[in-house]
Ligand binder design. Structure first.
Ligand code: T1G
Length: 699
C-alpha cells in the first residue's frame, strides 16, 4: 500500500503535514471496481472525521489515473456504493479536494476528477469521456459537471466523440485547472495540496456552478448524430443528458441516470463492450506470445493496390521497406500509390507531415528479387495464382537469408502447398491484409502445418506495430473471413433469384447496420472482379454456386457495366446518388423465367434473418473445425475487416441474441426449399440441445 492506512485492497490514505493523500492502486488501469468505490468513500470520510488535514489530494499508482468504471462489472448485479454515490461524498467533502491526473483519465475517472474541487494534470496526459464508444453515456455526472466547467459545446464535443483530448486543450476550455510538468504523482499531490492550503490553487465545487444554456448547440448536435449514426441510440441520449445540465445538479443527475439506463439495458451496449474486449482477446492467446524474431526490414512483392497498401502500412509503422515489381512502369505505379497513400494519411491526420518524408525515405524500390536478400520478412502480394506463388517462394528460398520470415498475402490459397516449395516451411505463414491495407485494421495470421511458434508470434507482433488486430486462422479455402463470406454471399444471390430486388436486399442490410448493402458494395468495388473470378472458375472447371452460377451478375457485367466506375451496374450513377438500374430488373426476370422460378415476397426481416442465419451457420462450422480458435475471433474478423456493425458485436455475438434453438429451427425451415445449401452445423445443433452459447465457447 502506498499510504499507511488502507480502506480497501485498492485504496489507502495518509498524511504529509496538513495534506491528506488518497492513493488508488488497482492495476491495470485503476478502474473504479467495487474495492475502489468502497475504499474511496471510507478514505474521504475518515480524513474528514480526523479533521487533521486542510487539503485532500487524490492520486493513482501505476500507469494512469482512473481510466473509467470497471467494464467487467457491467451486466452483473450492481454493488453499492455506486460511483455516483461515491462522487457525492467526494464533492461534499468539507476539506477541499484535488485530483492529480496522469496517463489517460477516462470516463468514470474523469467524472471522479470533476467531482473533486480542482483538477491538476501532467503535461502530455489525456482525458475524455469515451462511454459512447461502449454503447452508454457518462453515468456518474460527466454530462452534468463538465458543461458547468467548460460550457455545453465542449462537453458535447468530448462526450459525443468519445475522443481522448490533450489536457492542454482541457486547460484552455476550463475542463482542467492546471497543467504541470510530469513527475511522481505522489510528489505532485503533496505540492498541490500545499498550494490549496496556501491559496494559490483555487478550489470550488462543480455543483455550485451554473451551466450556460445553449439550445442551438444541443439541437445541432442531436441533428448531426441522428443523421450520421442512425443506428446508435446512445448518442442522442448523451446529447439530451447534456442538454439537462442547466438544471440544478441533483435534478440533472436524475435525468442523466434515466438516459444512462436506456443505454445500459440496450443490446448495443453488450455488443460494443464485446467488441472492446474482443479486440484485446484475439491476441491474448499463447500463439501470440513468446519469442519473436527480429523485424526491421520488410520486403513486399507486388506493387498493386494490395502490395502498395501493405508497404504503406509498414512504412507508417517505421519499418524499412523494399518493394519489388517485375517491370519499371509497375514499380513506378507502386511507388506513386504509396506516396498517394502517405499523403492521404497526412491529410486524414493519421500521420504527421514531417513523418511522411522520413517514411518515404525508408522505401527502396527494386526490380530484382535479389534485393530481398537481407530482409527479415517478405510479404508476397501478387496475383492469386498458385503457380506464380510457388515460383516466387521457390526463388525466395534461395535468395532470402536464413531465418527470414516468408509470408503470403493470399486470400484463399493453401499456405502449406506454398510452404512446400521451400525447404524452410517453418518460416512460412499467411499474412492476409484487407483492402485498403493501410486503413483496414484486420490482419488474418494464417498458421501453416509447419509454421514455427516464433514466426507466428512475430506475426502478432507485426500486427500490433502496424496498429492492426491480428487474428489467428488455420489453412482452408478463404480462411475465416472469405470462407464465411463465400457462403453467405450465396444467400444474397438466392434472395434476388427467389424474389427480392437488389435494392430491397441492400435496404434491409443497411437497416441492420451495414454501412452499405452488398450490391452497392459490388458496384463500388467494380463488378469486373467477381465476373473475372467466375469466368476463371468456369475455365478451371470448378463447379458454379449450387443452384446459381452467377448468371444475373454475369449478364449485368456484360450488358450494363461494371458498376460505379462505368456509371452503371446494379444502380445507375448519373445523378451522383445511386438509383436502381431498370435493366437489372429485366435481367433478373429473364433469369428467373429461364430457371422456372416464381418470385416470392420477402419482408425486410426475412432478408435479414436468411442472411444472418447463413452467416452464422458457416461461422459455426469455422469454429467447429478449428479454422478459428474461438467465436470471438470470428467476430473480430468481421468487425475489423468487413464493416460488420460494431454495435452488433460480430456475427456470433449476435447469434447468441437469437439463440441456437431458433437458428436451428430457421435452418430446418429454409432447408425445405433448398436442402443442399441449408444444413444445420453439428455444433449449432449441440448448442441448441445443451443450451450453450457462443459466449460460453470463448472462455
Ligand atoms: N474496465 C476493466 N478493464 C479495463 C478497462 C476498464 N474500464 N480499461 C482497460 N481495461 C483492461 C483491458 O481489458 C486490458 O486487460 C488492460 O486493462 C489494459 O488495457 C460511470 C460507465 C485505458 C486507454 O472506456 O480505452 O467509466 O487485456 O490493453 O492500450 O460513466 O484500455 O490486459 O486483460 O487497452 O494502454 C470508460 C477503456 C468506462 C476506457 C489503456 N472507460 N479503456 O490502453 O491498454 S465506462 C473506458 C481504454 C465508465 C462511467 C462509466 C484503454 C486505456 P488485459 P489496454 P492500453
Amino acid at each position: 500500500m502506498a499510504e499507511s492506512n488502507s480502506t480497501s485492497e485498492a485504496v489507502s490514505y495518509g498524511y504529509e503535514g496538513d495534506v491528506a493523500l488518497i492513493c488508488i492502486d488497482n492495476p491495470p488501469v485503476n478502474a473504479t471496481g467495487i474495492a475502489v468505490r468502497e475504499g474511496l468513500v471510507k478514505a474521504v470520510e475518515a480524513i474528514n472525521a480526523d479533521a487533521k488535514a486542510k487539503a485532500i489530494a487524490l492520486y493513482c499508482a501505476g500507469r494512469t489515473f482512473i481510466a473509467g468504471a470497471d467494464i467487467r462489472e457491467f451486466g452483473k448485479p450492481p454493488k453499492a456504493p455506486s460511483l455516483t454515490e461515491v462522487l457525492d461524498v467526494l464533492e461534499a467533502s468539507a476539506i477541499p479536494t484535488v485530483s492529480i491526473m496522469h496517463g489517460t483519465t477516462l470516463g468514470g475517472g474523469y467524472e471522479t476528477a470533476l467531482a473533486t474541487h480542482a483538477r491538476v494534470a501532467m503535461k502530455g496526459a489525456k482525458f475524455g469521456l469515451p462511454e459512447v464508444l461502449l454503447g452508454i453515456i457518462p453515468g456518474a455526472g460527466g454530462t452534468q459537471r463538465l458543461p458547468r466547467l467548460s460550457g455545453i459545446p465542449f462537453a458535447l464535443d468530448i462526450a459525443v466523440s468519445g475522443r481522448h483530448a490533450k489536457v492542454e486543450e482541457g486547460l484552455e476550455k476550463g475542463a482542467i485547472d492546471r497543467v504541470v510538468e510530469p513527475g511522481e504523482p505522489r510528489d505532485i499531490a503533496v505540492a498541490m495540496g500545499k498550494e490549496i492550503i496556501a491559496g494559490t490553487l483555487p478550489t470550488r465545487r462543480t455543483a455550485d456552478i451554473q451551466a450556460k444554456a445553449d439550445d442551438a448547440a444541443v439541437a445541432a448536435t442531436l441533428d448531426m448524430v441522428t443523421k450520421k449514426n442512425p443506428h446508435l441510440i446512445n448518442l442522442a441520449e448523451c446529447v439530451k443528458a447534456i442538454g439537462a445540465s442547466t438544471l440544478p445538479l441533483a435534478e440533472g443527475l436524475k435525468k442523466e441516470r434515466e438516459h444512462f439506463m436506456v443505454c445500459m439495458n440496450s443490446p448495443q451496449r453488450a455488443g460494443l463492450i464485446h467488441a472492446f474486449f474482443g479486440e484485446r482477446a484475439v491476441s491474448n492467446i499463447p500463439e501470440a506470445k513468446g519469442e519473436t524474431r527480429n523485424l526491421q526490414k520488410i520486403g513486399v512483392i507486388g506493387g498493386g493496390t494490395m502490395g502498395s497498401g501493405i508497404a504503406t502500412s509498414c512504412l507508417m509503422a517505421g519499418y524499412d521497406v523494399t518493394l519489388v515489381e517485375v517491370k519499371q512502369d509497375a514499380l513506378d505505379r507502386g511507388v506513386a500509390t504509396i506516396t498517394k497513400n502517405l499523403d492521404g494519411a497526412v491529410s486524414r491526420g493519421k500521420m504527421k507531415a514531417d513523418k511522411r518524408d522520413a517514411a518515404l525515405a525508408k522505401l527502396s524500390p527494386a526490380l530484382e528479387m535479389e534485393a530481398l536478400a537481407d530482409v527479415d520478412l517478405v510479404i508476397e502480394a501478387v496475383f492469386e495464382k498458385m503457380e506464380i506463388k510457388k515460383d516466387i517462394f521457390g526463388k525466395l528460398n534461395t535468395i532470402c537469408k536464413p531465418g527470414a520470415i516468408l509470408a503470403s498475402n493470399t486470400s484463399y490459397l493453401d499456405i502449406n502447398a506454398i510452404a512446400a516449395c521451400t525447404d524452410r516451411p517453418q518460416d512460412v505463414l499467411g499474412l492476409h491484409f484487407f483492402s485498403p491495407a493501410h486503413v483496414m485494421r484486420l490482419l488474418e495470421i494464417v498458421q501453416g502445418e509447419k509454421t514455427a511458434p516464433d514466426v507466428l508470434a512475430t506475426g502478432f507482433h507485426l500486427a500490433k506495430n502496424l496498429g492492426k488486430v491480428g487474428v489467428l486462422a488455420q489453412v482452408c479455402d478463404g480462411f475465416i473471413g472469405n470462407r464465411i463470406l463465400g457462403h453467405y454471399g450465396k444467400v444474397i444471390s438466392y434472395l434476388v433469384l427467389d424474389g427480392a430486388s437488389p435494392q430491397q436486399v441492400d435496404d434491409a442490410l443497411e437497416s441492420f447496420g451495414m454501412a452499405m448493402g452488398p450490391h452497392k458494395v459490388g458496384d463500388l468495388a467494380g463488378l469486373d472482379i467477381g465476373y473475372m473470378t467466375r469466368q476463371r472458375r468456369k475455365e478451371e472447371g470448378l463447379p458454379p454456386g449450387e443452384r446459381y452460377g452467377g448468371d444475373i451478375a454475369d449478364r449485368i457485367s456484360e450488358r450494363e457495366g461494371h458498376g460505379r466506375k462505368t456509371g452503371k451496374g446494379y444502380y445507375l450513377y448519373e445523378t451522383g446518388s445511386p438509383v436502381p438500374n431498370p435493366a437489372v430488373a429485366d435481367i433478373i426476370d429473364e433469369v428467373r423465367a429461364e430457371k422456372g422460378i416464381t418470385p416470392k415476397d420477402f419482408t425486410e426481416q426475412d432478408i435479414i434473418d436468411r442472411y444472418m442465419t447463413a452467416f452464422i451457420a458457416e461461422a459455426a462450422r469455422v469454429v467447429e473445425d478449428g479454422t478459428a480458435k474461438r467465436p470471438v475471433d470470428v467476430d473480430m474478423v468481421f468487425l475489423f475487416g468487413y464493416g460488420f456493425p460494431r454495435h452488433r458485436g460480430g456475427p456470433l455475438h449476435y447469434a447468441d441474441t437469437i439463440g441456437a434453438k431458433e437458428l436451428v429451427r430457421r435452418i430446418e425451415a429454409y432447408a425445405q426449399e433448398d436442402a443442399n445449401y441449408w444444413k444445420v452445423p453439428p455444433l449449432l445443433r449441440k448448442m441448441a440441445e445443451d443450451g450453450t452459447t457462443f459466449a460460453d465457447l470463448n472462455s
